[in-house]
Write a protein that binds this ligand. Structure first.
Ligand code: FES
Length: 143
């Protein structure tokens, strides 16, 4: 079996929503201390709906594919739904990731959450702090 699914290869070689949004309503940047990869996600939010999303990822193929898929999954959705996006859902949408690459999808989940948190903070919107992971906590890479 190939190491990466067709979907991972597709989103890695042809990533969706790459770039930056000027005057974004929420920006999230997270890094993995161990591998040094960095992911930044920009959100445009209108009436609680994510109308546009862009990302920049300096990282491995799985991190790029995960960011691309995550942006596709939250585009057009209410911010509350974006907060619920789990790395497992991203992995499933990509038809799987190799076990050693699971932490790369965690980065995507955390970047989305960080961007939503930034939006909430900037707008003085109350939120459930339990829903926002503060630290990268991934058993596969230990970072
Ligand atoms: Fe660092 Fe994939 S190896 S995010």
């Amino acid at each position: 079996m190939a190491l990466y699914s067709k979907k991972v290869m597709d989103h890695f070689t042809n990533p969706r929503n790459v770039g930056k949004i000027e005057n974004a309503d929420g920006v999230g940047e997270v890094g993995n201390a161990r591998c040094g990869d960095i992911m930044k996600i920009y959100l445009k939010i209108d009436n609680g709906i994510i109308t546009d999303v862009k990302f920049n990822t300096f990282g491995c193929a799985s991190a790029i594919a995960s960011s691309s898929m995550a942006t596709e999954m939250i585009k057009g959705k209410p911010v509350e739904e974006a907060v619920e996006l789990s790395n497992q859902a991203v992995i499933e949408a990509l038809d799987g990731l190799p076990p050693v690459k699971v932490h790369c999808s965690v980065l995507a989940e955390e970047a989305v959450k960080a961007a939503v948190k930034d939006y909430y903070d900037k707008n003085g919107i109350e939120y459930d702090k339990e829903k926002f992971r503060e630290t990268h906590n991934c058993e596969s890479c230990g970072a």
